[in-house]
Write a protein that binds this ligand. Structure first.
Ligand code: BG6
Length: 491
C-alpha cells in the first residue's frame, strides 16, 4: 500500500474565506472584509470613503488615501463579511469532517480576531476562546488541527498604523500574535504553518500585468520582513513546545518551458526560482540562495536588513514543507497570444492539458513532478495542503433530498491522489493531503461562491442569498471511502 499508515487525510479552509462573523466577538477588520465580490472576468475592488464622504472603489491592493476610511458601500456586496458562517456553524462542519473520516483539518487563526488592530499588547479573550473550543472539539472527534498563522489577513489597523509589511514593525506584531497562539494552544495544536502562500507577494506582480522596479523593491522588502517574522515565530514555537512541527506554505504551480529552445528552458527555471524556490530555499535552508542576487539586480532591488536578520533566518528553519497545487504553468520567451492563468500564475496555454471552468490547467502528473522535485531539493517531509477543482455545482431534488452530483470533482481528486501515490512509491516522504475548501467557501481570487471546491455544499450565492445549510455532495462519499481505505479505494 502506497500511503503510509497515519497519513493525514483531511481538508483545508482559511478564516477569512470561511468564518464570516467579521465584526463579532471583538474581531477587528482586515482588507478582505472591504473587498467586493467579482467574477472570472470582472475584478474585485476594495472600497472606502474619502474625508468628504465620496465613495471610492479601488484596485484590491490599493492603499488608503490620507483622511479616507474603509467603508462598505450600499451598492456593493462583500462576500467575506458573512462568508459561509463558519463562525457560528463550525461544530456542524467538524461533525461532517469527522463523518468523512478526516484525520486533520487545516484552518487559520484570524489575526484580527485575536488582535483586533494588531497593535494591542493583550489579546482579545473572546477570540482566544473561540479557537480553543474549536480545537478541543476537533480533538474530541479525532481530528488533528493544522493551523495557518497568517492567511492573507493582516489586520487593517496595522496597515493604518505602519503601512503594511514593508515596515519592519510588523515583524514584532506578528511574533507577538504567534507567541500568544503557541502559548494558548500548547498541547492542542502540534502542526503550524507560518504564512500562507508567502511567495504570492512576488507572483502577484506578474499576474496583475507586470510591475516596475518599485513594485519588486516593495515585494522583496516585504518578503524579507515576512521571512524574518516567520523564522522568529518558528524559534518561539519550538521554544514553547518542542513537539511543535512548524512548516512553510508555498503556492506551487509546476512550471514548464513552452519549447525546447534553451532560452525557454532558462526562462522557465528562472521563473521557478522567482516564484517558488526563492521562498522555499530561505525558509527550509535558512539562507538566501545564490540566485537571489540575480533576481534583485534584475529589478535594482536593495533589501534593507538589520544585524541579526540572517542569523534569525538560519535559526528559524521550518520542520516541513507544505504547498498548494492546483495547476501547472507554461513559460516562454516567444510571442504567444493564447495566455491562461491559475492561482496567481499566468503563462501560455498547454495543448496537452484540459482547463477548468475558471481556466486553470488540470495537471495531475504535474503534482507527481512537483512532489519528486521538491522532495529531492528539500529532503524534509512534505504535505499538499491545498488542491482541488473550483467548479459550478448544481443541486437537484431526488426522492425529496437535495443531491449534488459532482463526478468532475471526484475525477480531478482521484487523479491527484494517484499522482501522490506514485510519488510516495518513488520515495517521496509525503505526510498529508488537505484538499482546499472541503466545505464550500468564498473564492479568494474572484470572491464568488459559485466557484465551489467542497465535499460539502453550502447554500449561499454570489449576492448573499441562501440558507447557509450544508449538504453532502457525491464527492463526500467518495472521499470517505478514499480515507477509510487509506487511498486504496478510489473508484
Ligand atoms: C490559494 C489560497 O491561492 O488558492 C486560497 O491559499 C484560495 O486562499 C485558493 O482560495 C483557491 O483560489 P480561488 O481563487 O479559487 O479561491
Amino acid at each position: 500500500m502506497a500511503f503510509p499508515e497515519g497519513f493525514l487525510w483531511g481538508g483545508a479552509v482559511s478564516a477569512g474565506q470561511y468564518e464570516g462573523g467579521w465584526n463579532e466577538g471583538g474581531r477587528g477588520p482586515c482588507r478582505m472584509d472591504y473587498t467586493t465580490g467579482g467574477t472570472r472576468t470582472s475584478p474585485r475592488y476594495v472600497t472606502y470613503e474619502l474625508a468628504d464622504g465620496t465613495p471610492v472603489k479601488a484596485g484590491r491592493e490599493a492603499a488608503l488615501p490620507a483622511g479616507a476610511r474603509w467603508a462598505s458601500l450600499g451598492d456593493c456586496y462583500y462576500p467575506n463579511q458573512v462568508a459561509v458562517d463558519g463562525y457560528h456553524r463550525w461544530r456542524e462542519d467538524v461533525d461532517l469532517f469527522a463523518e468523512m473520516g478526516f484525520k486533520v483539518f487545516r484552518m487559520s487563526i484570524g489575526w484580527s480576531r485575536l488582535y483586533p488592530t494588531g497593535l494591542e499588547a493583550e489579546p482579545n479573550r473572546a477570540g482566544i476562546e473561540f479557537y480553543r473550543e474549536m480545537f478541543e472539539y476537533m480533538r474530541e472527534k479525532g481530528i488533528e488541527p493544522l493551523v495557518t498563522l497568517m492567511h492573507f489577513d493582516t489586520p487593517l489597523g496595522l496597515e493604518a498604523a505602519c503601512g503594511g509589511w514593508e515596515n519592519r514593525a510588523l515583524i514584532d506584531h506578528f511574533v507577538r500574535f504567534c507567541t500568544t497562539c503557541f502559548m494558548e494552544y500548547k498541547g492542542l495544536v502540534h502542526y503550524w504553518l507560518t504564512i500562507n502562500e508567502i511567495n504570492n507577494l512576488l507572483s502577484l506582480i506578474d499576474f496583475f500585468g507586470g510591475g516596475d522596479d518599485a513594485a519588486y523593491q516593495r515585494a522583496y522588502q516585504q518578503l524579507h520582513h515576512q521571512f524574518v517574522a516567520s523564522a522568529k515565530a518558528v524559534q518561539v514555537g519550538h521554544a514553547i513546545d518542542q513537539d511543535n512541527q512548524i512548516g512553510c506554505m508555498i503556492a506551487s504551480a509546476a512550471t514548464y518551458p513552452h519549447t525546447c529552445d534553451p532560452a525557454d528552458i532558462l526562462a522557465a527555471e528562472h521563473k521557478r526560482q522567482e516564484n517558488a524556490y526563492y521562498c522555499g530555499d530561505v525558509q527550509v535552508f535558512g539562507a538566501y540562495p545564490t540566485y537571489a542576487k540575480r533576481l534583485w539586480d534584475a529589478h535594482n532591488a536593495h533589501i534593507a536588513m538589520e544585524p541579526g536578520d540572517l542569523d534569525d533566518l538560519a535559526a528559524g528553519t521550518v520542520d516541513f514543507y507544505t504547498f498548494s497545487y492546483y495547476n501547472s504553468n507554461v513559460v516562454t520567451t516567444h510571442e504567444v497570444t493564447d495566455t491562461v492563468g491559475g492561482n496567481f500564475q499566468v503563462g501560455a496555454r498547454n495543448e496537452y492539458l484540459t482547463y477548468s471552468d475558471w481556466g486553470w490547467a488540470m495537471d495531475p502528473m504535474g503534482l507527481q513532478w512537483q512532489l519528486e522535485v521538491l522532495y529531492d531539493r528539500y529532503q524534509v517531509p512534505l504535505m499538499v495542503v491545498e488542491n482541488g477543482l473550483g467548479a459550478f455545482d448544481e443541486v437537484v431534488e431526488e426522492d425529496g433530498e437535495k443531491r449534488i452530483h459532482d463526478p468532475y470533482r471526484i475525477d480531478y481528486l482521484r487523479q491527484h491522489v494517484r499522482a501522490m501515490e506514485t510519488a510516495i512509491a518513488n520515495g517521496v516522504d509525503l505526510r498529508g493531503y488537505t484538499p482546499w475548501g472541503c466545505v464550500d467557501l468564498v473564492s479568494m481570487g474572484t470572491g464568488e461562491m459559485r466557484k465551489r471546491y467542497g465535499f460539502v455544499y453550502v447554500d449561499m450565492d454570489d449576492e448573499g442569498k441562501g440558507t447557509l445549510d450544508r449538504y453532502r455532495k457525491d464527492s463526500f462519499w467518495w472521499y470517505q471511502r478514499c480515507i477509510a481505505s487509506n487511498g486504496a479505494e478510489l473508484d
